[in-house]
Design a protein around this ligand. Structure first.
Ligand code: ADP
Ligand code: MG
Ligand code: MG
Length: 909
């Protein structure tokens, strides 16, 4: 009987202007495989090959090596024959050998996260055949030593054992270079390369206990399985978790005929971008190396040359190299190989048009023939993302809806970050310069190892070059500085992806990892010393340089205007001060969703009055202290109402447990006792009385207002009086007074009564009125469950999903750090529920609360004010739930707005 398993295709061929797959099949073929198929179909010259699907990776994880090889053996053999026919060479043949690369490729691009093996199929006999066939002995041995090194590292686990340990193969290379007194790989003689092969194989035998495999098929299966395994390697897992990619996606494996950039001076390899990935400028650019292979360009071993003449001139200017020297030593591809350049230019145009987005290409020139090895939508900085999106929109390539859908909301964050203060930068001392690899301003303390980036709150990771292992530290550091590598080096590409400031290729830096020092023109910098980086210009400064808020105009403003056009749900902000309110307004916030009043009590003059209020043993005593606080609160509210110019403002009544306000140190306790003319003992007694076992579940929220109604009275009075005062200035504010931590309708009703009564009193005193709403936070599970009852009394609900998440999960937010990371690692949780609204459980209560509330009160206004209000996936959820608004911190407002527009567009499609 034939099972479904048997008819499923697991291997997809491509090459010679045809392919079994295409670009729509990225989930199955991975991004790289799908695009190789697509390029082949549209006539771009890609070396022929085949893709083993991502599903096979998942099958492998279940069944293991032997079983999976059994399942795909026949299909793979046929696909190899297909390559052999197209290339006119034979895999493993001693006279006319075909070599292949084995490349990983998940459905999303994870640059450098997984492994690739080049030149596979070589052994002691095949290498002789390759030398003879190509009439290039040097090339054949160069390929062989590269193969053993890559295979050894990727498949046989020959990697450095610790961070101070040097790569076992690099050690052998360095040793030989020293002996031969040379610095570049290209200076090796044929005999050197043969010696390397010998020494490499010897090292493999010594370290693994096995001889290096000589059978090409054994090599092939070894590499395929290693690629599958790399999906579960540490680097890949970290990257996946960081981006929230599930483990069951798996990776595809691409096996492809080798083309050789290391055949001599008429060969080379490079990478290029159809637009500038740092700024978004519409200029073709890239880097290449003559007589090089694979990762040589990004590895920063030799200084790469620019693809275009314009790029080359710009580069020389930054590197302070004269035009004569540039043309002689570092000519652009455009100048050196004009016809190859023209062809490359044509392909990049075709590919950008075809994919309708900025492309990132890999190419190799083999003895005067151009091959394209990869295309993908290029990683870019937040600024480039916005510029490219708007440019493509204006040129009619992409429509408005797609323009918005393509924006990664979280990446806007980069644009909103500080830049250097122009005054401070004038005074700052430039100590060196490198390439402006990823824009932004960073100031911090030097660390030399990625795993030490945590050492300082603001650290700058300084490396000779970075490698994929460094990802986590690069993510933590405020900025990255490397001594080697170009604009497409690992550090540069990853930093742009992370939106992190990066300067690469700062040749003046002499870094000593052992001593943990960096020397620039005689001056020594140690770990912990401050430096500043300008990733936009490549300037490196001594010490701290002041930063300021960026200016947002141009394409960013156009994008936000476009967003407004499609956004239906409102976006408010959480702001406790007029300053924050103004920032949020400038980002287009539609109002304030949460003003926390407690922050206002912490300022110097107020905390005293607050403490007196708390320490008072009688209602009268409390009222006296509250009298002092009233005018201060009123003034705060006036400032906020004024800043919001009539847009709605939600003010939450006092929420935190009172012990947060009292002094816990003896000295301050003494001071307070003197101020209040009471004994130190009395103060101490009160402080200990306020101590709670579980403050988060203790005497807080409306439990305060219901035990000390005079606090609610004072706060209501301050709000209403402020609104009346502002009304006189011509601004009509509708304050929304919000009662926190309600669990029963009675808790709310009692507060509501006080609020309305107090407001009425003020109206009578002033002989004037304002409109206002009284509502509640929904953050106790019981409130969501009984929302129908509460909504009969409340004008609005605002989901406080921080507390709600805490109580639904039973996780203390303050203690979750101990186990959440482990839960994420083990896959018990898919994401941090305090970061991304957990839809199945917490979300169910949010939905239920909204539905039940609206059932009894159809006019109920509903919003959210937890951290989740600025998280794109959560914003989409809120939209689907039918909320009127989300509210988030000022700098997340643009992000939430785009997410809201995207949610509306997705629904309309
Ligand atoms: P990554 O996903 O990390 O970019 P790739 O699979 O793209 O890894 O390959 C690493 C390097 O090897 C790239 O520079 C690529 O262009 C080069 N490469 C891969 N396959 C071949 C091939 N068949 N011929 C020549 N170079 C190749
Ligand atoms: Mg690649
Ligand atoms: Mg709360």
């Amino acid at each position: 009987m034939e099972t479904i398993q048997e008819v499923k295709t697991r291997v997809y061929k491509f090459g010679d202007k045809s392919a079994d797959g295409d670009s729509t099949m990225r989930n199955l073929l991975g991004g790289k495989g799908a695009n190789l198929a697509e390029m082949s179909k549209i006539g771009i010259p890609v070396p022929p090959g085949f893709t083993i699907t991502t599903e096979v990776c998942t099958e492998y994880n279940e069944l293991g090596k032997e079983a999976i090889i059994d399942i795909i053996l026949e299909e793979v053999q046929q696909a190899v024959v297909n390559i052999e026919e197209i290339m006119g060479a034979k895999f493993g043949d001693k006279e006319n050998p075909l070599l292949v690369s084995v490349r990983s490729g998940a459905r999303v691009s994870m640059p450098g996260m997984m492994d690739t093996v080049l030149n596979l199929g070589l052994n002691d006999e095949v290498v002789l055949g390759l030398a003879k066939k190509t009439n290039n002995e040097r090339f054949a041995w160069d390929s062989y030593r590269r193969f053993i090194q890559m295979y050894g590292s990727v498949v046989l686990g020959m990697k450095p054992k610790s961070k101070d340990d040097i790569d076992p193969f690099e050690e052998i290379i360095e040793h030989l270079k020293e002996k031969r007194e040379i610095t570049l790989d290209t200076d090796f003689t044929i005999q050197d390369l043969k010696d390397l092969v010998y020494d490499f194989k010897d090292a493999v035998k010594k370290r693994t206990g096995h001889s290096f495999p000589t059978d090409p098929w054994e090599q092939l299966w070894g590499a395929v399985i290693a690629v599958f395994n790399s999906w579960n390697g540490d680097r890949a897992v970290y990257y996946r978790n960081m981006h929230g990619y599930p483990a069951d996606w798996g990776t595809a494996v691409n096996v492809q005929a080798m083309v050789y950039g290391n055949m001599g001076n008429n060969s080379g390899t490079g990478v290029c971008f159809t637009r500038d990935a740092a700024t978004g400028e519409n200029v073709f650019n890239g880097e290449y190396l003559i007589n090089a292979q694979g990762e040589d360009v990004v590895a920063g071993v030799r200084t790469p040359q620019q693809v275009t003449k314009l790029g080359s001139e710009r580069w020389a200017e930054l590197a302070k190299i004269s035009d004569e020297e540039r043309i002689e030593k570092y000519p652009s591809l455009e100048e050196l190989m004009p016809s190859i350049y023209k062809e490359l230019y044509k392909y990049q145009e075709i590919l950008e048009k075809h994919y309708r987005d900025m492309q990132d290409l890999e190419f190799t020139i083999q003895d005067g023939k151009l091959w394209i090895l990869q295309t993908r939508n290029g990683k870019r900085t937040g600024a480039a993302m916005v510029k490219i999106a708007i440019d493509l929109l204006k040129s009619g390539i992409v429509d408005e809806k797609e323009t918005l859908l393509r924006i990664e909301p979280n990446k806007l964050d980069e644009l909103l970050h500080p830049v250097f203060d122009p005054q401070a930068i004038k005074r700052a001392k430039i100590i060196a310069q490198g390439l402006p690899a990823s824009p932004g301003a960073a100031t911090g303390q030097i660390v030399f190892f990625a795993d030490e980036a945590k050492k300082f709150k603001n650290s700058i990771l300084v490396r000779i070059e970075t490698s994929p292992e460094d990802l986590e530290g690069m993510n933590i550091a405020k900025g990255i500085l490397t001594a080697r590598g170009g604009m497409t080096s690992h550090a540069a590409v990853v930093a742009r992806g992370l939106g992190k400031c990066c300067i690469s290729g700062a040749g003046a830096l002499k870094i000593d990892y052992k001593e943990k020092t960096m020397m620039i023109e005689g001056k020594v910098y140690n770990e912990g010393d401050w430096i500043s980086l300008n990733g936009t210009t490549g300037n490196i400064f001594d010490g701290k340089v002041a930063t300021m808020e960026p200016e947002l105009s141009g394409e960013f403003a156009e994008l936000m205007d476009l967003s407004k056009k499609y956004q239906t749900m409102k976006v408010r902000t959480n702001a406790d001060s007029p300053k924050d309110a103004l920032i949020a307004r400038s980002f287009g916030a539609d109002g304030i969703g949460l003003t926390r009043t407690e922050h206002m009590f912490f300022e110097a003059d107020r905390i005293k009055a607050m403490r007196e209020m708390i320490l008072a043993y009688t209602v009268k005593g409390r009222k006296v202290a509250l009298e002092t606080l009233l005018p201060m609160q009123r003034k705060d509210f006036e400032g906020i109402f004024r800043a919001m110019e009539g847009h709605p403002v939600t003010i939450r009544l006092l929420d935190p447990p009172l012990h947060e306000f009292v002094p816990h140190q003896l000295a301050t306790q003494k001071e307070l006792a003197e101020d209040m003319h009471i004994s130190l003992e009395a103060v101490k007694l009160k402080v200990s009385e306020l101590n709670e076992f579980n403050p988060m579940l203790g005497h807080r929220g409306c439990r305060l207002g219901n035990t000390y109604p005079e606090i609610t009275e004072m706060q209501t009075r301050a709000i209403i009086e402020a609104a009346l005062n502002i009304k006189k200035e011509g601004i009509n504010t509708i304050p929304e007074i919000m009662v926190p931590l309600v669990g029963t309708v009675e808790e709310f009703a009692l507060q509501e009564e006080i609020i309305r009564k107090t407001a009425q009193t003020v109206f009578e005193e002033r002989n004037d009125t304002v409109e206002f709403l009284v509502g509640t936070m929904i953050e106790v599970p019981r409130a969501a469950l009984t929302a129908n009852k509460i909504a009969q009394k409340a004008d609005f609900f605002s989901f406080g999903t921080n507390d709600l998440t805490q109580m639904v999960f039973g996780y203390s937010r303050d203690d979750a750090g101990k186990f959440l990371p482990i839960y994420l690692e083990k896959g018990i949780l898919k994401s941090d529920p305090f970061e991304v609204l957990e839809q199945e459980g917490v979300g169910q209560l949010v939905k239920m609360g909204t539905e039940r509330g609206r059932k009894t009160n159809p006019n109920l206004k509903v919003g959210i004010c937890g951290e989740h209000g600025g998280e794109p996936r959560s914003v989409e959820f809120c939209f689907k739930t039918g909320m009127d608004y989300v509210s988030c911190s000022p700098f997340r407002v643009p992000i939430a707005r785009i997410a809201a527009a995207q949610a509306a567009i997705k629904q309309s499609l």
